[in-house]
Design a protein around this ligand. Structure first.
Ligand SMILES: Nc1ncnc2c1ncn2[C@@H]1O[C@H](COP(=O)(O)OP(=O)(O)OP(=O)(O)O)[C@@H](O)[C@H]1O
Length: 557
């Protein structure tokens, strides 16, 4: 089934039908009770001034309309107010809860999708493109659900009931009101078309600004070091000016729309007054005091609702734009489409068979018929200068990317038939391309946070740091900063080793394995890796020879 807004809403409504039914039913009850208030004031008028209106007889089924004295009327009136309070509370709460649940469901699905997006797509879009969705767009979508669908349908029901109630007092008046509502909706529809265009432009420009700020803040060190304030400020000013101009256009359309709404409703009131006045001149259709009062109060009580319903198209338009963006992300090709199987690849050779690879949107192939065989539990060095494709090799092996042609396999398991998770369960990596993340050292190096793992992590961390300066030694609770920015590159490398070795995966990829590590710690590491050498497949990637390892095979990239 193609993904669209209605499929998403329908599937949510199916899973939350009770909550939505409660919202709609309480809305209906609260609406009916709302209308009873002006009607009861008509009764109050009757009781106070001794008039009786045959037109109000239509409402005889309402209990207080039968009340013969003021005391019992007042009892009903307060009961009505209390009941309305209860229903309004339930209604508002259930609508808000529906909105909260809807955005919870969507943001969780969105994050899952964002994490699983295929790397070739992710690379071309960049991080900034994914950030906005959690703030403005989610709010617009939540609003769409709450105000654009539930509250709007509730308001339409209220308007219908009021028109029917007015119709039971005076049919012509009901027809005039219905006609006016239809006519004003058409006028506002036209303005809304213009609104859609300018809102879309405003959203896209804002989104671009967010990406801009994001990349500048991420490169803040370079920006400061190279005195790039001025050019970046100038670029930002240009964007900001553009957003301001679009913002002005947006403000114009919204102001027009919002000032048109009261104008339209007051014009409607004028038409109604003209009719009532004309009718009062003709004795046969004259409206009695109490029914006139009820009519006026009914009309006044629906004016805010009418304004809200005429304004709803802003909610629809903004919601539509955000839905489109959301669906764009949800529709991005994902990885992990194959089911996970817990296959151990420790005794399989790694085979690259005529692998060709070219990055999307580029023409220069990185690999042309790459042939490679890595025996299980052996140590292999892939040597190549910068740009020769070492990082690309890792990406292919991890199935972050797929070969353009040719095959990668683990023994007789073809890579394209294995899920990404299956492959990655077998491979650990030490490389600057796979940064550390988490708040502290513990979060950065241990993913399975069992107590036993904490002990192992503490032990390994202390072991690997025994030759480091005392003041440089990290503890499990040391804060690492954003992507390890509080750490030296040597500390980062050691933590990457801890992260890789704590996972017990059978294949270990080490990019520039000894770089940035002091000579004593290098010895320690080499000894540790030697202990593993007959249990793990080691793949070293470097632009030079790597001393200290017993290397079985060398490939030149
Ligand atoms: N996402 C990408 N899109 C397009 N081209 C890319 C992408 N990533 C890398 N390349 C190009 O692919 C080539 C190989 O890059 P790769 O990062 O694999 O080299 P490397 O051997 O790891 O280099 P280094 O040792 O400097 O990290 C380079 O020419 C690089 O410009």
């Amino acid at each position: 089934m193609p993904r669209n807004k209605w499929n998403i809403i329908k599937s949510f409504a199916g899973k939350n039908s009770l909550l939505i039914t409660i919202a709609l039913l309480t809305g209906l009850c609260y609406n009916i009770l709302t209308i009873m208030i002006p009607i009861s004031i008509g009764k109050f008028y009757e009781l106070s001034f001794g008039f009786s209106s045959h037109r109000l007889a239509a409402f005889k089924f309402i209990p207080f309309m039968d009340a013969s004295n003021f005391q019992s009327f007042l009892g009903f009136f307060f009961a009505l107010v209390a009941l309305r309070l209860g229903f309004e509370y339930l209604n508002r709460y259930s609508i808000s809860l529906t909105g909260e649940r809807f955005s919870k469901t969507l943001r969780e699905r969105l994050f899952q999708n964002q994490l699983q997006v295929a790397m070739n797509i992710y690379d071309t879009k960049g991080i900034g493109k994914y950030l906005l969705r959690y703030s403005g767009d989610m709010k617009s979508i939540q609003n769409y659900m709450k105000n654009g669908l539930i509250r709007f349908s509730q308001d339409i029901v209220l308007l219908l009931i009021v028109v029917i109630a007015i119709g039971s007092i005076n049919v012509n008046l009901a027809l005039i009101i219905a006609g006016c509502i239809a006519f004003s909706s058409i006028i506002l529809w036209a303005i809304n078309k213009a609104l859609y265009k300018v809102s879309l432009e405003r959203r896209n420009t804002r989104s671009g600004m967010l990406s801009f700020v994001n990349t500048r803040l991420r490169s803040i060190l370079a920006l400061k070091a190279f005195n790039k304030y001025l050019p970046e400020e100038k670029r930002y000013l240009k964007r900001s000016d553009k957003l301001y101009i679009i913002g002005k256009r947006y403000a114009k359309v919204v102001a027009l729309l919002q000032s048109m709404i009261p104008a339209v409703t007051y014009t409607m009131l004028g038409i109604i007054m003209t009719y009532v006045f004309t009718a009062s001149q003709q004795a046969e259709s004259k409206l009695g005091g109490s029914s006139l009062l009820v009519l006026i109060l009914l009309i006044i009580s629906i004016l805010p609702v009418l304004r809200r319903s005429l304004r709803v198209s802003i909610v629809w338009k903004l919601g539509d734009i955000s839905f489109t963006k959301l669906i764009d992300i949800l529709d991005l090709p994902k990885e992990n489409q194959l089911p996970f199987e817990n296959i151990k690849l420790d005794d399989r050779e790694i085979i690259f068979n005529n692998v060709c690879f070219t990055y999307p949107n580029t023409s220069k192939p990185i690999f042309n018929d790459l042939q490679l065989l890595i025996n299980p539990k052996s140590t292999t060095l892939l040597q190549g200068k910068s740009g020769s494709g070492k990082s690309t090799f890792i990406r292919l092996l991890l199935k972050l990317m797929s070969p353009s042609t040719g095959h990668i396999s683990f023994g007789d398991h073809q890579c394209y038939k294995l899920s990404e998770k299956t492959i990655r369960k077998n491979i650990a990596i030490v490389s600057k391309d796979f940064p550390l993340y988490g708040r502290d050292v513990y979060e950065a190096i241990v993913y399975n946070r069992k107590e036993a793992n904490k002990e192992k992590a503490k032990f390994l961390l202390e072991h690997l740091q025994q030759h480091e300066d005392h003041q440089n030694q990290l503890k499990l609770d040391s804060k690492i900063g954003d992507l390890g920015c509080n750490l030296t590159s040597g500390q980062q490398k050691l933590l990457m080793y801890c992260r890789a070795l704590l996972t017990q995966k059978p294949i270990l990829i080490l990019e520039e394995p000894l770089k940035e590590i002091n000579i004593y710690t290098q010895k320690l590491l080499l000894q540790l890796l030697k202990d593993f050498q007959d249990q793990k497949t080691l793949i070293l990637l470097d632009d030079h020879e790597v001393k200290g390892f017993d290397i079985d095979t060398i490939y030149h990239l």
